[in-house]
Design a binder for this molecule. Sequence first.
Ligand code: PMP
Length: 458
Amino acid sequence: VPGVSGVDRARLRTLLELEQAQFAERNPRSAAAYRSADSLFGRVPMTWMNKTSAHFPLYLATARGAHVTDIDGHEYVDFSLGDTGSMAGHSPAAVTEAVRRRVEDLGGLAVMLPTEQAETAGAHLASRFGLPRWSFSLTATDANRWAIRLARAVTDRPKILVNSYCYHGSVDESLIVTEPGTEGVPRPGNVGAPVAVTETSRVAEFNDLEGLERELAHGDVAAVLMEPALTNIGIVLPEPGYLDGVRELTSRYGTLLIIDETHTFCAGPGGATRTWGLNPDIITIGKAIGGGIPAGAYGLSAELADRLLSREDLDLVDMGGVGGTLAGNALSIAAVCATLGEVLTDKAFDHMHALAERFEAGVAGVIAKNKLPWSVTRLGARVEYRFADPAPRTGTEAAAVHDQELDDYLHTYLANRGILMTPFHNMALMSPATTEQDVDLHTRHFAAAVAELVPTQA
Ligand code: PMP
């Protein structure tokens, strides 16, 4: 009997168990490492590493370019690329050399002095994304937190509006989803909220300008914080006119627009902001800009930067709540300069986009051949398949078609054959080091995984 995803559930379960058994057999050292990790909370160095499709994670041995090896000696094509942290590829030569130089030749990893190179890093971001004044953090989460505080301070309004089923890191204000008949409810599973989320936040569906206007009309929203395409609940692309509408409404209601480019950077060398000609007040970004070294940043319009710097009541220098001791450190800055200056170049993006098109075409061919009610969506260098057709147009719709067993089956099947997908969904990202052979390997095994699942149609 086909379920919502168009597959026979009993058959899916049987195949998943077979793949999980094979995974356990193939990876005895990873299994042992997991079993013996008693000093770690949840057996992993970070609790999200328990997001696995086959009961324990693979343990990393080495990673270079688009390839990873695990401690059982298997090699993988890595389409997860650190969930964008390694969009530049693993340890690209220019970043490795810049880091080595900083660490070995120059020294100075935590010093209370800026480097001259920081201006180069800021100038890279300014020329890529269009906003002129930049400040650094170590994570995208912190870039978002600090951007939110600045937006509240400058507008003197209490609330932040986000899209339902967005993800912007562990940012309290963002953990809200829509629920009919309410002004939003906490996102299920939220751990230890400081106050009721409706005190700090408003929520609207992505692609819903009416809902957005209804919320902004309260006049208490300091900023809309959004991804220009949702990328953390599958990819949900903006419909024609939506992003213009968001800009128009935020301006009309005196609300700032913060665009989080952490994932949508994959849209092009200047992210979705440049690709689609957006005009935000603030941009936040993290992960990929450091080429794997922790780095985040936020950019401000000149007018906003001047307004903030002229406010004598705001302590931007010391205890005001917008900063971190290691933020802007010399190593992060060196990595950002190498990544943006030498690795994630215009030419690299051309290569990544062509590969993503090839990946998308391969998946679309398999879906069509098997007449599955699935869809595949591409955003620049990033591709995602989703078990719904047409592709969802809001976060809530995207969340509703989530199918954990099917995710787990495909992830485990592919991992058993040397392919890593992003654990949280069926997402594949291309790096400058990814090749056509890497993409074709995925297409071949994806087709085979589907053929086992729907044998009569294949
Ligand atoms: N913003 C977006 C759009 C993200 O996808 C993420 C992480 N997936 C973050 C912010 C937070 O990044 P980090 O966990 O590195 O702080």
